[in-house]
Ligand binder design. Structure first.
Ligand code: ATP
Length: 222
């Protein structure tokens, strides 16, 4: 139960696996944007990328474990409960129904925003939510032309406006940079190197115990 009418942050992603880049980002946003909560939403079958190495159950469990002691962060498994591909516009519609009094802030890296026009019914995202754009170290991306146009039209630098209006704005946010990515973590594991301290220790223990993200070569060596 959430007791204020402050915006709710939505961090969607593959979380394969969730790491300290995601978790620390969510904390910084909760504080700086005065969000009621940040909900981490793992996608079931991501429409835009190769399929995850960990199962949906594992990815959700890791988020649950990593956020258990922090009331401002929460796992939201609604996309995993749905059959077929997950479309963000449907997810936002269901969040809007569940949290009617709260503005919604859809959080995404600039790398993700760059390709936004390839998303299903992407223009309708703004009917339900603001977008909070995140600077991400090491990842620069050229924006699609339509994405640049929306950015110019909807930008605000005013956090209070994100609280006053329910949806439709774009806010640019530069968090303290953490150059951590799930792909680097998977690569380190596949090549037999350690990703320790890039993600919570309990998640790394699980990955090692269940031999997730191992390359066929490292499996063969055993
Ligand atoms: P991969 O390396 O497999 O693409 P990822 O680490 O980018 O994974 P996702 O689960 O796809 O993780 O990311 C979810 C969201 O979090 C995206 O909007 C992404 O841009 C953002 N994000 C991930 N890592 C960071 C980070 N270190 N700093 C800021 N934003 C991040």
């Amino acid at each position: 139960m959430i007791h204020s009418s402050a915006p709710i942050g939505i961090l969607g992603g593959t979380f394969d696996p969730v790491h300290n880049g995601h978790l620390r980002l969510a904390m910084e946003l909760a504080t700086d944007l005065k969000l009621a909560q940040v909900r981490l939403i793992p996608n079931g079958r991501p429409p835009h990328r190769e399929q995850p190495g960990a199962t949906p159950g594992q990815r959700a469990k890791w988020i649950r474990v990593a956020t258990a002691n922090e009331p401002r962060l929460a796992l939201d498994d609604r996309e995993l409960m749905r059959d077929g591909a997950s479309y963000m516009v449907d997810t936002l519609a269901s969040l809007r129904a569940d949290f009617p009094g709260h503005p919604l802030c859809l959080i995404m890296g600039r790398d993700v925003f760059a390709k936004l026009p390839s998303w299903y019914e992407w223009e309708r995202l703004f009917e339900y939510a603001h977008i909070v754009l995140i600077e991400r170290p090491g990842l620069s991306a050229e924006f699609a032309r339509e994405a640049t146009a929306e950015l110019e039209r909807r930008s605000t630098g005013d956090i209070d406006e994100l609280h006053r209006r329910q949806d439709g704005l774009i806010y640019n946010y530069a968090p303290p940079p953490l150059a951590i990515s799930a792909s680097r973590i998977r690569k380190l594991i596949a090549s037999g190197e350690s990703p320790r301290y890039l993600l919570p220790a309990t998640i790394l223990d699980d990955i090692m115990d269940y031999k997730i993200y191992r390359s066929p070569a490292s499996e063969a060596e055993e």
